[in-house]
Ligand binder design. Structure first.
Ligand SMILES: Cc1cc2nc3c(=O)[nH]c(=O)nc-3n(C[C@H](O)[C@H](O)[C@H](O)COP(=O)(O)OP(=O)(O)OC[C@H]3O[C@@H](n4cnc5c(N)ncnc54)[C@H](O)[C@@H]3O)c2cc1C
Length: 292
């Protein structure tokens, strides 16, 4: 009963204002949202939603897409990169693109959030929700938290790590973060600073898939996250919890594969889950979240 009331209170509509904008990488931008007097009663790792219908400049595009898709466009979810103790609610959005010959439809919301939200823009958000959070009793289950992320999948893990270090819960975090190049690493400076300030509690390994790491943390490397790396950073599978976030098979990719009688092509998250199971981690030790 207490939980139900708590969740109802937490999931509500909030009128936010863009209080800061930061271009993180060539295709990704952060918005710092001022939520006024609303309590920051969320947990690190949770998400908000934004209904694209609120933006007048998207009205015609949405009307057209709803006609051809034969359905209402749904609110889009965005993980919060902020921890509850921070002043602003941070969301970080990767701009999706329309690739002629490849994409079925143009993306609805992310191009506007990354390009059209100047300081002072009002944004109605709905939150807070999501189960990608650290359990209250995490210390009784594990000392080590492994974060395995790719691209914008870093966003909720940034919040988890910041929160844990802020409350000094004693957990030791290792972040394996896959990006194409150094320029594509989101929150690069913020993570470097956290690792410098908390060397006993945070280690960062950048895995660059398209270039050699130059001027990146010394333990970083070129290549995808693989079984060798997982073994190295999970020496004892019984004393580890994993939070993995990144691209996964999308619902319409699954549907299309089913219609064609084939298995959908595994993406980052499916690949990581296989590696973790092979390393001997149980499903109960792994939390995962994925999007496109
Ligand atoms: C819990 C959660 C947290 C998330 N957190 C983040 C985050 O922190 N940062 C972030 O950048 N993103 C995040 N996302 C993803 C985000 O919600 C959006 O999906 C993303 O921004 C794309 O939205 P869009 O409106 O720009 O594109 P969309 O309009 O959703 O289109 C994206 C692509 O999907 C294709 N598509 C759309 N509809 C269909 C269809 N019916 N059939 C076939 N193809 C279709 C389009 O052709 C296009 O290529 C999160 C998602 C979830 C579920």
């Amino acid at each position: 009963m207490v939980d139900t009331v708590d969740v109802r209170r937490r999931v509500r509509q909030i009128e936010a204002t863009v209080a800061g904008v930061h271009q993180e990488t060539p295709d990704t931008a952060s918005l710092f949202l001022d939520i006024g007097d609303e309590p920051h009663d969320y947990k690190a790792g949770q998400f908000i939603t934004i209904d694209p219908h609120q933006f007048a400049f998207l009205e015609q595009t949405i009307a057209y897409l709803e006609q051809i898709k034969e359905g209402k466009e749904k609110p889009r979810a965005y993980s919060m990169g902020s921890a509850p103790h921070e002043e602003h609610v941070l969301i970080t959005i990767k701009e999706e693109r329309f690739w002629p010959g490849e994409s079925k439809y143009p993306p609805v919301l992310s191009p506007s959030l990354t390009r059209n939200c100047a300081l002072g823009t009002p944004v109605v958000i709905k939150g807070f929700t999501g189960a990608y959070t650290l359990p209250e009793d995490i210390q009784s289950k594990a000392d080590n938290i492994l974060h395995v992320c790719a691209g914008s999948g870093i966003v909720p893990n940034f919040a988890l790590i910041k929160h844990s270090l802020h409350v000094a819960d004693g957990l030791r975090h290792v972040l394996l973060y896959s990006s194409k190049t150094k320029a594509d690493i989101i929150y690069y400076n913020e993570f470097a600073d956290l690792a410098r300030r908390h060397p006993q509690h945070l280690e960062i390994v950048h895995c660059l898939t398209r270039e050699d790491p130059v001027d990146v943390e010394p333990s970083s490397r070129r290549g995808r996250i693989d079984a060798e790396l997982i073994s190295k950073y999970v020496p004892d599978p019984s004393n580890c919890f994993v939070y993995s976030c990144g691209p996964g098979i999308l619902p319409w990719e699954r549907k299309e594969a089913r219609q064609n009688g084939v298995e959908p092509e595994p993406r980052f998250i499916e690949h990581v889950l296989d590696l973790l199971r092979d390393r001997g981690l149980d499903k109960s030790q792994i939390k995962q979240e994925s999007w496109g």
